[in-house]
Design a protein. Sequence first.
Length: 352
Amino acid sequence: MYYSKSPIYFLFFFISIANLLAQKPINVIFFIGDGTGLPQISAGNYVNDNHTAFEDFQYIGLSKTHSYDNLVTDSAASGTAMSSGMKTHNRVIGLDENKNPIPNILELCQSNGYKTALIATSTILHATPASFFAKVSSRYKYEEIAFQLTKSEVDYFMGGGKKYFTSRKDNRNLLLEDNTRTYVSSIGEFEKSSAEKIGYFTANDDPKTILEGRNPSLSKMLLATLEKVALQDSPFFIMVEGSQIDWGGHDNDIDYVLSEFKDFNESIQAALDFAKKNKNTLIVVTGDHETGGLAISGGEMENNKIKTVFSTTGHTAIMIPVFSYGPHSEEFKGIYDNTQIFHKFKKSLAFD
């Protein structure tokens, strides 16, 4: 049977096709506050005139952080769950419960033409950043993780841990062997370099704390990286870790926690300022687990002072908030396993 469609049908059809063709792949800035749960965020808020960058986010969810066989996760299992979408054993990175390698979100991004970057205030080989490029049976195999980083497709990275590349048990110097990446020794050199791949070691071992005068700040490192990726035609995925909030929790040192949280919060604000100008940018902020069993038992609002107690020097199993802003941010609301963060990224980036 022959029939015709009205001109308005074809108009809407061509508009729909044009809109699809005009859609650009979205950029992602993924923040992980190591050891950061609602208690740390609340404490950071109260000592900062009752306001943080977290209040600008459009959606909030909650993630369940347990590992494959332990109610209380570590950073390796949690990082793997978020980066690769599968639960695994504590201390395992990039492998499933049977020790089989699994793809991660950075690898998917790289295969889809994305620029990728990792930034941490720990060594770049610690469990969380390593979860985005390494596949090892133990998070403590730092020299193997270092080797895997030199073979990865990560475009930019910043963090400590240079000694695992240059002062190794096998006497190799991985920096000299790596002819795919330029290594710089300062944030200024990073900013000036025109290399396609750059590694910047912020310390030979673990970086200093903020209280000890760590420089550059997390926001400075993020902004330098954003300047690199924003000038290119490719979309990008950046993972930023506020690593030492966790260490302050392990030490039951509230000043350590709050100073590191402030640095983390300022970097989130820098990302929000970028995303408000670059509307095609999704920001997701969460933690891998809570550390210290922190509780706020009192304080003085007018003086930005709080009283706190810790219940443990280890991790806890409380659910962790997930904040999201930008395109597809609604995907991250609700209550779900931390493995779903990977799948929500895949859906948002149209990798499914």
